[in-house]
Design a protein around this ligand. Structure first.
Ligand SMILES: [Mn+2]
Length: 333
């Protein structure tokens, strides 16, 4: 039976590695034909990957990994009508419409502790622990990461290698510099039993690592602290693709070294004649989502996001003032 795996190229590619191996090993929850397997993916910011599934797909098995159901539910419904078996594994908010169909197996890790790859690892009986640790890093799932490190008795160096691997994959999953796709990365993973072998031997690892480090250097040099006081730090990222790739990951890092503050990262994602469109990420020890809501965004306690359009001619200080107001009003409530 034809088998498709549609996946988000971030930690979804690690989940895909696990699912393919699970199909090959004929694990119970993972039906499929390892010899008739097609992979579908795209850039990380592309949320509607289900549209790439051939329209006439029927009587097939379709895996969906690390992709929000809310953005693809129309497609899922269509393909369910064509007698496909859909195995949908994810950790994002699924949205309001959940198709009610006997051929849909929806496996949601909605406990905040897991992401897709750590969840798939557990569905497989934790046989992919080392890969799962790298996957945890992609979504900054620290607690799960440490748990896996500990039960595998890994040392500091190994811990660092797996964490960084997750971060490299995460940043590479945004439009990558070298044009290597997530599918090519997964196919390369499949040559290795352990992520440490991948790190040691794969040319692809070398290239994603180098790209990450050069992006990192670029951002470190070109970022700008545009405001700070004892409670708040606002960092502006430079314009361009490097920021696009590094923004989510580095926002966590900047917060790690400023844990007593609310950390705002601003990324001028697009610039037009009318003004600048900013993507905003907020990291805090608590209430990040409440602050984000004041700015029309949302998220979780420690990590949230919003966007802001700065009209042409408007000063960045108007945004800074808005941010200060939002932080203060949440603090005093
Ligand atoms: Mn994820």
């Amino acid at each position: 039976m034809k088998t498709y795996v549609i996946f988000n190229g971030d930690e979804g590619s690690i989940a895909t590695y696990m699912v393919i191996n699970a199909i090959r090993r004929k694990l119970k929850k993972f039906p499929g034909d390892p010899n008739d397997l097609k992979l579908i993916s795209g850039a990380k910011e592309d949320l509607k990957l289900w549209r790439f599934l051939p329209k006439d797909t029927e009587n097939a098995i379709i895996y969906s990994l690390d992709i929000a159901l809310s953005k693809n539910v129309n497609y899922v419904e269509e393909f369910l009508k064509r007698n496909n078996l859909v195995i949908y594994i994810d950790h994002h908010n699924p949205g309001k419409i959940i198709p009610d169909h006997k051929n849909l197996e929806l496996l949601l890790a909605d406990d905040k502790k897991h992401n897709t790859s750590t969840f798939v690892n557990e569905l497989c009986g934790e046989i992919f622990d080392l890969w799962a640790a790298a996957g945890a890093a992609g979504d900054n799932k620290k607690r799960k990461f440490e748990e896996i490190i500990e039960r595998n008795h890994l040392g500091n160096l190994e811990r660092k290698m797996l964490w960084r691997l997750g971060k490299f994959i995460n940043s590479h999953s945004f439009r990558s510099k070298d044009g290597t796709t997530a599918i090519e990365i997964v196919k390369d993973f499949l040559n290795y039993e352990s992520p440490f072998d991948f790190i040691k031997s794969s040319g692809k690892y070398g290239s994603i690592a180098r790209m990450y480090l050069s992006d990192l250097k670029y951002i470190r040099t070109n970022k700008e602290v545009i405001y700070q006081d004892k409670d708040l730090l606002i960092i502006q990222f430079p314009i361009g693709e490097s920021s696009n790739r590094m923004f989510a990951g580095l926002s966590y890092e900047f917060y790690e070294s400023n844990k007593n503050k609310v950390v705002f990262c601003l990324f001028p994602a697009s610039i037009t004649k009318e003004g600048v469109y900013y993507t905003v990420s907020i990291r805090a020890s608590s209430d990040a989502h409440k602050i984000a809501e004041k700015l029309g965004g949302g998220g979780r306690d420690e990590a949230a996001g919003a966007s802001y359009f700065l009209n042409r001619g408007e000063d960045i200080r108007t945004l800074i003032t808005k941010i200060k107001g939002a932080v203060e009003s949440v603090k005093s409530s």
